[in-house]
Ligand binder design. Structure first.
Ligand SMILES: *Cc1c(COP(=O)(O)O)cnc(C)c1O
Length: 239
């Protein structure tokens, strides 16, 4: 084992233990929560080690970085999640490697993703990113649609060729009424999820929780947690 492999294996075991403990506290089955490892800023060599260690779900947030990494990992069976704010001029590229786009937050993005999915003959899973701190009709500082915009986007995704409505995603707000109240924020997301599932029963993914708050996400009922630093280490500050 290389040192890095040992380090990643240890970190994964710690995260696994955290998820399993949170599931036990919440009375949930471990298999109902999926770990997505956020590999942004880390090299393909780490993705290969993670794959050897059993990771099958990875996430990236910038197309410039993700596209070449995904191309280099084409031989690995990995599901790629795109979790960053997405500009329409990047959509064609993202649609060529992403399996799930977690940051759908405006109608223009839905039509662009649909056109790209049809062109590449791929089906793209879509999560609507909800900004719990956004004003009615608005968008969040870190992307996402205000809760009253979920339904319109869900209808658009569900009716768009090449797209599959998979569920909802959020990032815990840093400001506003939910600042510092991650579990309350995630519980709110779960309420929106159950409303969504009334009309779209298959859209049952709830992506919430990161390294610092994965327990709160599991307690609230998240089906997917997105963990970066707790597995890979602290990222160098960008820019
Ligand atoms: C970077 C990132 C994560 C992972 O955050 P960590 O704190 O490193 O676990 C999760 N979700 C999104 C949208 C991210 O950009």
């Amino acid at each position: 084992m290389t040192d890095r492999r040992t380090e990643l294996a240890g970190n994964l075991a710690t995260v696994e233990h955290r998820i399993a403990s949170a599931c036990a506290s919440a009375g949930r089955r471990r298999q109902d929560v999926t770990l997505i490892v956020v590999t942004k800023t880390y090299p393909v060599s780490d993705i290969r080690l993670l794959h050897e260690l059993g990771v099958r779900q990875v996430a990236e947030n910038r197309d410039q970085e993700a596209a070449p990494k995904a191309a280099e990992c084409e031989d690995l069976s990995l599901t790629w999640h795109f979790v960053g704010q997405l500009q329409t001029n990047k959509v064609r590229s993202v649609a060529s490697y992403a399996d799930v786009v977690q940051a759908v937050d405006r109608p223009k993005l839905v039509s662009a993703l649909s056109a790209a999915a049809v062109r590449t003959e791929r089906e793209l899973g879509c999560l609507i990113q909800v900004a719990l701190d956004a004003e009615s009709g608005g968008r969040g500082a870190r992307g996402g649609v205000a809760p009253d915009g979920i339904e319109e986007l869900a209808t658009a995704v569900a009716g768009a060729p090449g797209l599959r409505l998979d569920g909802l995603m959020t990032v815990a707000p840093l400001a506003g009424p939910y600042a510092g109240r991650q579990q309350a924020a995630f519980e709110r997301l779960l309420e929106f999820s159950s409303r969504l599932r009334a009309d779209h029963p298959a859209a049952n993914m709830v992506s919430a929780g990161m390294s610092a708050d994965l327990e709160q996400a599991v307690m609230a009922g998240a089906t997917h947690v997105r963990v970066g630093t707790a597995v890979l280490g602290d990222r160098p500050r960008l820019g």
